[in-house]
Structure formats: C-alpha cells, structure tokens
Design a protein around this ligand. Sequence first.
Ligand code: DON
Length: 380
Amino acid sequence: MFDLRGRAAGDIRAGDRLSRPRLAKTLEKLRTGGAEAFYKGDIAWAITAAATAAGSRLTLDDLARYRPVQRAPLEAKFLGRRILLMPPPSAGGVILAQALGIVSNHVAAWRRAPDPLSPDYLHLLAEALKHGFADRARFLGDPAFAALPMQHLLDPAYHRELSLRLLPDRVLAHDAYGTPSPRPPLPARDGGTAHVSVVDQAGNAVALTTTVNLEFGAGIVAGETGVVLNDTLDDFTAWPGRPDLFALSGGEANQPAGGKRPLSSMSPTIVLGERGVEMVAGAAGGPRIVSATLQVVLDVLLFDRDAQQAVAAPRIHHQWEPDVLYHEPGLPAATVGALAKKGQRTEMRADVGKANAIVRSRSGLDAAADPRVGGMPAGY
Ligand code: DON
C-alpha cells in the first residue's frame, strides 16, 4: 500500500519518503467527479466492500445518502471578543464556552493575572473542564437525533453559577460537576486526528479539524482507493456504562443510530476581535483536544503569550471521568504537589494534545506548530 521502495517495516527511517499513489488516484477521481465520485460508484463500492468484509453493516445506500450538514458555529463572549466554536456533534465548543465562561467570572476578581503555571490557576482550569466534561457525558450527542439543552449549557448565568462552585483548595464530589442527571463511568488512548489553522491575505480564517479517530482508523484501506476507513463508531456511547477508548462515558443522546453522527471533542476555534481574526487554533488528541485548545487560547488572550509560547507551554487535562488531573512532564513538581493537596488526583502523561495556532501580533501573523509533534508553520 505504501511505496517505501521495497524496505521492510523495521527498516524505515526518518527522512524516508512515503508515497501513496493509490490515494493520489482516488483524489484525482474526486477532483473531476466531486463528492458524487466518493459517495457513489467505484470508491463507494470499495469502501462498502472493505467495511463489509470487516463485519460492518455499512451499505452503498448509507454512503449514497450521506450529506454534509452545515451548522452555525457556537458563539461565546470572552474579554470583549467573540469566539466562534465548533457546535455539536462535537462537544468541543460547548466545553470551551463553559470553561471560558467560568474563567471569565474569575478574571473579574483578579487583582493581577496569575502565573499560568500556578496551582491556583491550573486548579481553576481543571475544575472548569470537569464541569464541561460532566455535562458532555450527560447531555450531548448528535443534535439531529436528540434535544440538547444548548441554551442552558451556554447560558452565562449557568457559567457564573458553576464558577461560584469553585473551592480554591479542594475538589468537589464527583456528582457536583455540571448539571446533575443520570450518568455512567471509564480506560484511555490516542491517534488519527489532524488540525489545520489558516489565515489568508484577505484576513479570512479557517480552523479545520479532521479525524479517523485512532491511528489509521479502522485499520482498513478500502480496496484500491487509498481511503483509510475511520473507527469513529467508538465516539458513540455504544454500551451505556462502558466508556469509549478515550475513557469518555456518555448518555442516551450519544447512542448509535443509522445516519447519526457521534459526539466529538474536535475544537476548531476562531477568535474575533476589533481588527477581525485575532487567533485561529485547534488540536488533536481525543478529549485532550478541548483542554489543549482552551489553554492555548487562554495563554494568548489572558497572558499575552505569543503563538509559540502558548502552543509549547506545559498543559493539564481533566475530563471529569476518570477523576484524574493529567499533567505534562513540564509542569513543575511543586505545582503538581500543590494541586494534589487541593484534592486533585494527579497523574503524569506524555502529552495533553497536539495543538497549533495562528495569532495576530503587532508585526502581523504569528504561527506555531506544536513541538510535541514537530512540523512548522508555512506562509506564502
Ligand atoms: O472526534 C473525536 O473526538 C475523536 N474522534 C478524536 C480522536 C483523536 O483526536 C485521536 N487523535 N489524536
């Protein structure tokens, strides 16, 4: 499938060229035939055949009937900016809106901005994320299939109420996060997501996150198409009470059904200010996408960090269940200790998402790729 010039897998080195001529042929077909050429005809047939051979129920009809849905972004207000966020079926925008709402209620009381790596500030972020992930598990799913309490979840008064629940030196009981209602429990992993941030000469911006879920998705290439099939079915709550591969639990709203889109954590984000686009950001990394995006956006908007500093800074993650505050190795040990003293169950993990961002600076546009995965910004 991959042209690695006859090398055995163990013999592949950094710098080797990977080419995918079959995928290139498929892309050529899309160039001339458009979406129709993907969802009907040879490519659709190959996708269906590969999926069926692997035990899937996907049919040609499912593909033929697939239509993209355009949804208006969610909007949040934060420190005088309008922030455009990903709506359901991603939970990204809802959790970011809640967390930004909670943080903004605290900003008003700050005499001066805290150290972004201080235990107090990171405790605030962790607690804010826990509320958001708790509500995700209880309420969120594909809005075409379930009524989602969006007005409540995005209500600034609710964010204020959540912000008042913060105990500076302690965590809350498990059920005190978000809005109580029936809930389920958890294991964890990472892999098949990419985020792209773009701003063009005219100031137009694109924040795009795309995912096949785990590394190489379902691990199936559809026939000769070069198309890797995703395993995004895992993003549904397939079995209530049993969490997905990212340890996310969910409720009835996210149970699988034909034609339904699963919940996601994708968080492509655009920050608009007086001069138009101020920032474009997003990340890969399962539920850590949300935490990474939140911290990158806050590092720029609250702490005046440049894009590179914001993307590189050590991060934390909390998704309510499991009740663990994950922190990257770069977080000072004293900070981790102080968070533990507040009742946070801390655990180190190699990375909290892989983010990138473009930030409008005094000198123009400042872009940064995440040093955790390498890569670099391109400007033309
Ligand atoms: O949409 C989601 O939330 C997941 N499919 C994302 C998976 C992911 O980010 C894995 N890799 N980095």
